[in-house]
Design a binder for this molecule. Structure first.
Ligand SMILES: [Mg+2]
Length: 137
């Protein structure tokens, strides 16, 4: 196999934000009763660990209450514990813990299953990107 060196565009010391439902938590049946019922996504956990090893602070941002995610996370036996990001924190830069918040904080990258990457698209392009393909006759 050919080995290629990657030049990762992510910067050390600058946070990467992970969404919870549909990213960390598989969420295969949607919200249901609001419990965290599904298994975690191993690939995402591997990615979080790798980024943290590369000195990139990691936090989770979800509409869920942080306490619910923290309680779940800390029962899983992952490599790092999670902690709540306090209200007065603006930049998450802790490399020991996984931060959890329901407030959007700055990040160099947001990993979210519902995101649309905006790069200056027109209204028309947005509509095309978010429409089903219609077969031409
Ligand atoms: Mg989601």
């Amino acid at each position: 196999m050919e080995e290629k060196e990657l030049d990762l565009k992510l910067e050390k010391g600058h946070a990467v934000c992970f969404d919870f439902d549909g990213v960390i938590h598989r969420y295969s049946k949607g919200w249901q009763d609001g419990s965290i019922y599904d298994e975690y996504n191993k690939d995402i956990l591997d990615l979080m660990l790798l980024l943290q090893k590369l000195e990139i602070p990691i936090y989770i941002c979800s509409t869920r209450k942080p306490e619910q995610i923290i309680s779940w996370w800390n029962k899983q036996g992952f490599w790092a514990e999670s902690i709540k990001i306090e209200e007065d924190i603006t930049f998450w830069n802790d490399l020991k813990f996984i931060g959890v918040t329901n407030k959007k904080l700055p990040a160099q990258l947001y990993i979210d299953d519902r995101a649309y990457k905006y790069t200056g698209q027109t209204v028309k392009q947005f509509m095309i990107d978010n429409s089903e393909k219609v077969e031409e006759k």
